[in-house]
Design a protein around this ligand. Structure first.
Ligand code: DP6
Length: 389
């Protein structure tokens, strides 16, 4: 009798940052933002949703823990999907009255600035949309879970249009180009810390909106121009322009965190060593080959082209050595290269003590959410989590 659906959904890492809301309840942003969606084959959220007339209440399990369903964002997502299903008449009215069980897992650290809420809510909303056979674009519903989640419902490069309407109906994500447009684009996630952040994005951006003059200036004068320029750079596959805007955006976002009152800092000392290394490398190479960007956490996301990955990875291994070199790089496979001694001589940064970077995830631009059809659900027929050893 129970109906079950399972979906995997991607992480996205912004190159034009969403930071600040014009409406807290509807999660409407002050500015447009742009991101790349990363391959679910490497990093993903996986969510099973199950509806049954036998369930007495809605229940949710996240990363192996039972959580409370009394969560406004979660309830708003479920309510909106059901109301879409009702207006699209996609399922029987009786089916909409059945309670749901939800089980979700991320295969990467939660709440460490690795866009886990984006993947999680995009996955939840896409799974519910499949369960209730909703056909229309669900990015505005994913937005109600976490703003950045609205970008994870598409693959490739994605733009979230801030919109101007008070009801938020024009605050939706659209795809700039699909994942095949720039096939050489790669990302290296340098995991510096995977502990939970002290100031959540939601809280941090509220403080910034209330207190930072720099944020007002940024929204009005910097983001509109940068958004147009980076969309053009993406369409033209102009890496140098893409990289320059990405790094300036990241730096401005973290400057706003410091300009907020009281200030908060997401980066760590090691984050600045990574920044120094990338600028040093670009300068020594005589070309902008790598861009860094940091979200609300200390981990770096480097964007670069496939041809430069072996050299950049060998450089990272040299400057940030690991005590467990065999486990240092995960994700896509890569051929090793040796570090060019001449390049090293041109750098100001020296090799650091071991394990400042815990591990590196090597990935690429990928597709949006996809249904899992091999039957590997996270819930059994009774709607209870399947425990894996
Ligand atoms: C720094 O989407 O997590 O990653 O809408 O309050 O849930 P809420 O915030 P969230 O903020 C993400 C902020 C960011 C930048 C970005 O992804 O654009």
């Amino acid at each position: 009798m129970a109906e079950i659906t399972t979906v995997v959904a991607p992480v996205n890492i912004a190159v034009i940052k969403y930071w600040g809301k014009r409406d807290e309840e509807l999660i409407l942003p002050l500015n447009d933002s742009v991101s790349a969606t990363l391959d679910t084959g490497v990093m993903c959220a996986k969510t099973s949703v199950c509806a049954s007339p036998n369930f007495s209440e809605n229940e949710i399990w996240l990363n192996g823990q039972k959580e409370s369903f009394i969560n406004t964002r979660l309830q708003n997502c479920l309510k909106e999907i059901k109301s879409r299903a009702a207006s699209e008449k996609s399922v029987d009215d009786i089916f909409l009255t059945w309670k749901v069980h939800i089980c979700s897992e991320n295969n990467f650290p939660t709440a460490a600035g690795l866009a886990s809420s984006a993947a999680g809510y995009a996955c939840l909303v896409s799974a519910l949309a499949k369960l209730y056979k909703v056909k229309s674009n669900v990015s505005s519903i994913a937005r109600l879970g976490s703003g950045s989640a609205c970008r994870s419902v598409f693959g490739g490069f994605v733009r979230w249009h801030a919109g101007v309407k008070p009801d938020g109906t024009d605050s939706i994500a659209t795809q700039i180009v699909d994942s095949s447009h720039w096939p050489e684009m790669r990302a290296l996630i340098l995991v510096v810390g995977d502990t939970k952040k002290k100031v959540s994005s939601t809280k941090g951006m509220k403080i910034s909106v209330e207190t930072s003059d720099l944020l007002k200036y940024r929204v009005e004068h910097c983001v509109p121009k940068r958004t147009e320029e980076i969309c053009k750079a993406i369409k033209e596959r102009n890496f140098e322009k893409f990289a320059e805007i990405t790094m300036k955006e990241s730096n401005q976002f973290h400057a706003i965190c410091l300009d907020s009152y009281p200030p908060f800092v997401y980066t760590k000392e090691n984050s600045y060593k990574i920044i120094e290394l990338i600028h040093g490398y670009n300068q020594a190479s005589g070309a902008v080959k790598v861009a860094y960007t940091f979200d609300a956490g200390p981990n770096a996301c480097l964007y670069l082209l496939e041809k430069d990955v072996p050299e950049v990875l060998s450089l990272i291994k040299h400057i940030f050595p690991s005590s467990t070199p065999d486990k240092y790089v995960t994700g896509l496979s890569v051929n090793s290269a040796s570090v060019n001694p001449e390049l090293l001589r041109g750098l100001s940064i020296q090799p650091q003590e071991s394990d400042l970077i815990k591990y590196v995830i090597y990935t690429k631009v990928g597709e949006g959410p996809t249904e899992v059809t091999d039957g590997s659900h996270l819930l059994n027929e009774l709607g209870l989590p399947i425990t894996r050893s």
